[in-house]
Design a protein. Sequence first.
Length: 229
Amino acid sequence: MKIEVITLNAADTLQAQEFGADRVELVSAMNEGGLTPSYGTLKNVLQSVTIPVQVMVRPHSFGFVYDEKDWNTIKEDISIIQELGGNRIVFGAVTKDGEIDEQLLEKVIHHAPNIDISFHRAFDQVKSQTNAYKVLTKYKDNVKRILTSGGKDRADQAMDELRSLVQLSHELDGPSILVGSGVSPDNLATLHEHIGASEYHIGSGVRVNKDFNQLLDKSKINQARDILK
């Protein structure tokens, strides 16, 4: 069982490592849903920690449909991440019709053939998560996990859907399901009992006062780890 924690900077990420997080998602601009971190943040974080760092690659907050100009930004950001020693990204793209944007995903993989991808909550915008999961399974050598709340705003609103996705991941031997959005030590036991995922993504739920402007709360991370033991 793994716990992934959202972090915003080097101090945050060092804390997450010290407190026992298995992996972090490094982002900026949480008030916009998370965007690509700055060069300086990337450099400081990637030089500071040993736990896996999944770096958000999201050029803007205007949805998950990207054009050629967006692709040029995405490509450069991935190049910088790799130049700084990272090889893990959080990325997702969909078409205007609510399908996985395979063309753009293939561009990402061609540009960085060994990249480890968490396909993020763009997955919650697709018309059919079952069909979208089957598409992403074709890219499982790179798309290692899918961050999703089951198509709803919060994971606790879609426990049946998430359980079905976890079962599908076992049946197809595809990307793992990383359960996120609204996950906290307060509901993790219930979520895990019902969904049975192997990975959980926690943001403000492990912050002091559940506030991204506050520090990580060691006791909450310990509580989450104890629940999943």
